[in-house]
Design a protein around this ligand. Structure first.
Ligand code: HEM
Length: 405
């Protein structure tokens, strides 16, 4: 077997398809097989190298010099094919360009800026949860997970109210776009022109309200010497990454708690564990399952006794969701346990590209779980749970639950 760059593959090979419906629905048996096969497995179908062990993925994420992002963090190799949208100045960039863009965004998403959102987010979470709990039964995806981030996040950014439904459509495109051009990606490209036009128009400096994070980002970008068009592209990163990820995470959080009544009881007994519970959700049922890197030189992966050399210019698929259940890193990894120290999971990435919105994501998770634990004495599944398949995100389309106030 030869690799995409024409070199002999010196690693176990598999024809597993991590983007087929069966794998996207239940990735865990596939993850286990990949982890056990070795530190690196060559996926012949896509001609990419796959990593599924925690230590190896963690090391790759922290080594942008050998594993770059500028050739795309999806399957498409930007050096060989034209990306479907202009590359992100943040996600799809390497140092020093990345460092410069990241410093601008970090100046806006600061701990005090996120703390200032806390009271308002908590109030709105409680209001939403109270109205749902009063009804007794509701869809925890369609009526909770999808509603909350789409309400609070664009308000914090200062986006126009009209057309916010395009945010979910855009994110579906972005996250499907990291995989192959399969039916999921094609489906999400319906209305692409209209959706992309809305996103571009609403990232412009005069489209955002003067008091939101969007305006602050434009000001910080201007100070750093970015053009208005580049600043708009930086703001686009917020809109691509800040909504769907959280929608999937909140849906997964309610699902985990409904499926584990003992863990919900533990949260009810002490709602101050909401933050830890959300962290465990990100580990146990990671909303962002995969990202790619591209090697800039031949590089060894694995421990000295079983290391594999990946040649230069190859796409490397990192299974973050598999790392988060690696028994080499976690005791009882397939156990959902809100009492564990889930810190160190890779659900929000690691290294220089680690999620820049993580404080905001954690805040949203915490306020929703606090509200739920405060309002619902019991939480049960009340009907068939339907997955929402996406080439990168793992989560649900529908989660009917019954609660006791
Ligand atoms: C639970 C929700 C979220 C999850 C699971 C998540 C996950 C991730 C992951 C895994 C990465 C690493 C990408 C890489 O290494 O290539 C990342 C990066 C990023 N995230 Fe998040 N994210 C979430 C919420 C958010 C929010 C709310 C925002 C916006 C405020 C955001 C903005 C970003 C941006 C802009 C990047 C790129 C950072 C960079 O390349 O330096 N994310 N996220």
């Amino acid at each position: 077997m030869t690799s995409a760059t024409g070199l002999r593959v010196e690693a176990p090979t598999s024809d597993l398809d991590p983007f087929c419906d069966e794998f996207l629905t239940d990735p865990y048996p596939g993850h286990a097989a990949l982890r056990e096969a070795g530190p690196v497995v060559y996926l012949s179908r896509y001609r990419v190298w796959a990593l599924a062990r925690h230590a190896d993925i963690d090391a790759v994420l922290k080594d942008p010099e050998a594993f770059c992002s500028s050739a795309g963090v999806g399957l498409t190799d930007f050096r060989k094919e034209t990306p479907w949208r202009p590359p992100s100045l943040l996600l799809e960039a390497d140092p020093p360009d990345h460092t410069r863009a990241r410093s601008v965004v970090s100046r806006v998403l600061t701990p005090p800026a996120v703390r200032r959102l806390r009271d308002e987010f908590a109030r709105r979470a409680d209001e939403l949860v109270a109205s749902l709990v009063a009804r007794g039964e509701f869809d925890a995806v369609g009526e909770l997970a999808e509603v909350f981030p789409v309400a609070v996040f664009p308000d914090a950014v200062g986006l126009a109210v009209d057309g916010r439904e395009h945010l979910m459509a855009y994110a579906a495109m972005v996250f499907n776009g990291f995989g192959p051009r399969n039916a999921h990606f094609e489906r999400s490209l319906r209305n692409a022109e209209q959706v992309q036009a809305w996103i571009a128009a609403n990232c412009e400096p005069d489209a955002v309200s003067p008091d939101g994070l969007g305006a602050k980002l434009h000001a910080a970008a201007r100070e750093e010497g970015y053009s208005p068009a580049e600043a708009a592209r930086l703001l686009r990163s917020f809109l691509s990454a800040g909504v769907d990820t959280t929608v999937y995470a909140l849906g997964n959080a309610v699902a985990c708690l409904a499926e584990h009544p003992d863990q919900y009881a533990a949260l009810r007994a002490d709602p101050s564990r909401a933050r830890a519970a959300f962290e465990e959700v990100l580990r146990f049922r990671s909303p962002v399952q995969t990202f790619f890197r591209t090697t800039t030189r031949p590089v060894e992966v694995g421990a000295p006794d079983d290391a594999v050399t990946i040649p230069a210019g190859e796409k490397v698929l990192l299974f973050l969701g598999a790392a988060n259940r690696d028994p080499r890193r976690w005791a009882d990894p397939d156990q959902f346990d809100i009492g564990r120290r889930a810190v160190g999971h890779l659900g929000l990435g690691a290294g220089p590209h680690a999620c820049v919105g993580q404080m905001m994501a954690r805040l949203e998770g915490e306020v929703i779980l606090t509200a739920l634990a405060g309002r619902a004495a019991e939480l049960h599944l009340a009907g068939p749970v339907r997955p929402r398949l996406n080439n990168t995100l793992h989560g649900l389309d529908s989660l009917p639950v019954r609660v006791v106030a």
